[in-house]
Design a protein around this ligand. Structure first.
Ligand code: UDP
Length: 238
């Protein structure tokens, strides 16, 4: 059996990742294909927790620029992440992967509340923990949630699954000549304003020395490659 490079990881999935071609909502087939990739790594006995975004349903900032109260709009975004978490849980359980959704906003009928030690225990037992509702606080993001939870559960790395194959100096869709970075330091990400995570999240990773790997989720098998330590995407550390 191949040996994973990392034993405990946080996987960050943006809401967009669950939407597929449509770009909004949830495409069950896409969620199913992500679940299959996740099952492959659980079989390597990797301890995994997932942070899911909500941008495929609602982003607080979009509401607030149209006049909504920012905190209210952000709470709506956090609720969106709970919807996504349940979709992911359903797809995983369907293929016999044990999961627990833990939410930062209490919702007893649908999920456990976030309890750090319990989350760690689930992971030790081979269950995939899905962290829903972000940090539970407005003005934050699910990227910050990944950094926070990674520090709390002592994950070795955050795998940032994206729709592009790494971090570029400019948007590769608008500028085809843009160079891709193989490796970056946190401070470079911050100074250059690179679109890896928001600055709060990058700072938290920097302060707690949590490395990140940014890679393309749409390439079949990439989550496994990342876990095995293959040099795909862009590594952020140092
Ligand atoms: N959000 C929040 N606090 C958090 C995490 C998320 O207020 O700790 C809200 C915020 O409005 C955000 C939305 O939830 O826009 C969805 O999360 P995010 O934008 O991070 O999702 P992604 O872009 O990864 O799909």
């Amino acid at each position: 059996m191949v040996t994973p490079k990392f034993r405990r990881v946080i996987l960050k999935l943006s809401g967009e990742a669950l939407a597929g071609q449509k770009g909004y909502g949830i495409d069950p087939e896409v969620v199913y294909s992500i679940a299959k990739q996740i099952k492959d790594i659980i079989e390597l006995r990797v301890q995994l927790a997932i942070v899911v975004g909500g941008g495929n349903i609602w982003r607080g900032i979009s509401g607030s620029t149209k006049g909504m109260d920012r905190a209210t709009a952000d709470y709506m975004g956090m609720l969106a992440t709970i919807i996504n978490s349940l979709a992911l849980q359903d797809a995983l359980e369907n293929i016999d992967v044990d999961t627990r959704v833990q939410t930062a906003i209490e919702m007893r009928a649908v999920a456990e509340s976030y309890i750090r030690r319990r989350a760690i225990r689930h992971m030790e037992k081979g269950r995939v923990v899905i962290f829903a509702a972000g940090t539970g606080n407005p003005y934050f993001s699910t990227d910050t949630t990944s950094a926070l939870r990674a520090a709390e559960v002592e994950a070795e790395i955050i795998l940032m699954a994206k729709q592009v194959d790494g971090v570029y100096e400019a948007d590769p869709l608008k500028n085809p000549d843009a160079k891709k970075f193989d490796e970056l330091s946190y401070i470079e990400v911050l100074n250059r304003g690179l679109q890896v995570m928001d600055s709060t999240a990058v700072s938290l990773c920097m302060d707690n020395k949590i490395p990140l790997l940014v890679f393309n989720l749409n390439v079949e098998g990439n989550i496994k490659r990342a876990i095995l330590g293959e040099r795909i995407g862009t590594f952020v550390g140092g």
